[in-house]
Design a protein around this ligand. Structure first.
Ligand code: NAD
Ligand code: DAU
Length: 379
């Protein structure tokens, strides 16, 4: 094969789309927007549009010819293989999940279904699809499983941070379901040779995060003068990462990560929850000087602790830094300021997700999966 022929083939492989699942959620929509903005290949987004999936997040790329949206469930064992056959992606980036720990405590069923059964369905379809690939398509295909540091359990104050070899010890139904999905991915690599990679990331924050999670909830409540509910003593520690740093890490792993490896991703920003809430209140005092609720810290209210609440998470990210040269660009201070500014500039978005208005938008535009799939088929 001549050099020119080879580079044409490479170019073809690069223009094949990638398939993301859960691309209308918080991290997924940041990833899709960033992917298209940085001129990568086309992207197909398979999302069920649960309460956490919001097509408004992706309004900016709706008419982009490189973007295809499919409303559907990753548990649908007919739909997923059909999509792989039709779009022939060069990679799958698997975000779709039930993601909120509190919801998993009140109703674990959906977590087991989507996070475990859904991942299983996707792995089976990916395995069949991978078996049909040859040459460069086969060589370059990757399945990237986006997971969490919560699989490792909880740390005492002086414990070393989670390392890739830290034993799994999940404590919440959410964490257990993600741990199960990680184990499935690992087994599909070792048993069937699926070229998969797992990432385990710490707490993300940034634009488009649903205001059930700590940071957007506190911003939304403070702006309305509502109580800021701090669980227990507020001394639980999380290790925060700006969402676009996570997206960049995922792109790096997708391009350079080694098959069968896991990579921990984190920004080395350990903070006690109460400190995070105080910092947010101070930022709001500064950025909304006319707020009738100033000082916002007066809204802090201690409430009953989350059952089984993990005390501390911390990520040792030396592997991804050393092997793949990924480093976060945002400090917690700059990232948090950008986040507060984004929520202030996007009050309508917050209003829509809290009122459920975006779900009416969904109903109007996609009346069920079949309609959405045919909308996708029309592209
Ligand atoms: P999210 O809850 O904001 O979004 C989840 C998305 O998945 C939504 O768009 C939802 O509609 C979709 N979805 C849910 N069930 C589905 C199904 N059965 N079929 C198709 N789509 C479905 O979640 P997020 O915070 O963006 O997290 C994305 C991924 O990253 C998850 O796998 C999560 O475990 C992982 N993760 C999140 C964080 C974090 O701090 N948010 C940190 C580390 C890892
Ligand atoms: O560590 C990664 C994980 O981070 C992800 O895998 C999850 O999908 C994501 O939801 C997040 O889980 P947490 O449980 O850490 O996030 P949450 O925002 O729900 O809570 C952060 C901390 O704040 C946690 O210690 C609980 C506390 N908290 C949370 C809420 C919603 C409060 O004190 N008050 C609150 O109202």
């Amino acid at each position: 094969m001549s050099f020119n022929q080879k580079s044409e083939e490479n170019a073809e492989t690069r223009t094949a789309p990638i398939l993301v699942t859960g691309g209308a959620g918080f991290i997924g929509s940041n990833f899709v927007l960033d992917w298209l903005a940085t001129g990568n290949s086309p992207i197909v987004n398979l999302d069920k549009l649960t309460y956490a999936g919001n097509p408004e997040n992706l309004a900016a790329v709706e008419d982009n010819p490189g973007y295809t949206f499919v409303q559907g469930d990753i548990c649908d064992a007919k739909l997923v293989p059909r999509l792989l056959e039709k779009h022939r992606p060069r990679a799958i980036v698997h975000f779709a999940a039930e993601s909120h720990v509190d919801r998993s405590i009140h109703g674990p069923e959906a977590f087991l279904r989507t996070n475990i059964d859904g991942t299983f369905t996707l792995l089976q379809a990916a395995r069949t699809y991978y078996a049909s690939l040859t040459g460069e398509e086969r060589e370059h295909f990757r399945f990237l499983h986006v997971s969490t540091d919560e699989v490792y359990g909880t740390l005492a104050p002086n414990d070393p941070a989670f390392h890739e070899d830290t034993p799994y010890s999940p404590n919440s139904p959410y964490a257990a379901s993600k741990a199960a999905s990680d184990h499935l991915v690992r087994a599909w690599v070792h048993t069937y040779g699926l070229p998969a990679i797992i990432t385990n990331c710490s707490n993300n924050y940034g634009p488009y995060q649903f205001p059930e999670k700590l940071i957007p909830l506190m911003i939304a409540n403070a702006l309305k003068g509502k109580p800021l509910p701090v669980y227990g003593d507020g001394q639980q520690v999380r290790d925060w990462l700006f969402v676009l740093d996570h997206c960049r890490a995922l792109r790096t792993v997708l391009n350079q990560g080694r098959i069968g490896e896991t990579y921990n991703i984190g920004g080395n920003n350990q903070r006690a929850n109460l400190d995070v809430v105080h910092t947010l209140c101070a930022l709001l005092d500064e950025l909304v000087p006319a707020s009738p609720h100033k000082p916002h810290a007066q809204l802090i209210t201690y409430v009953q602790d989350r059952p089984g609440h993990d005390r501390r998470y911390a990520i040792d990210a030396r592997k991804i830094q050393g092997d793949l040269n990924w480093f976060p660009e945002e400090s917690f201070e700059t990232g948090l300021r950008k986040t507060v500014e984004w929520y202030l500039a996007n009050a309508t978005w917050v209003e829509h997700v809290t009122s459920g208005a975006y779900q009416h938008w969904v109903t109007q535009n996609y009346s069920g999966r079949e309609a959405a799939v045919s909308a996708e088929g029309a592209r």
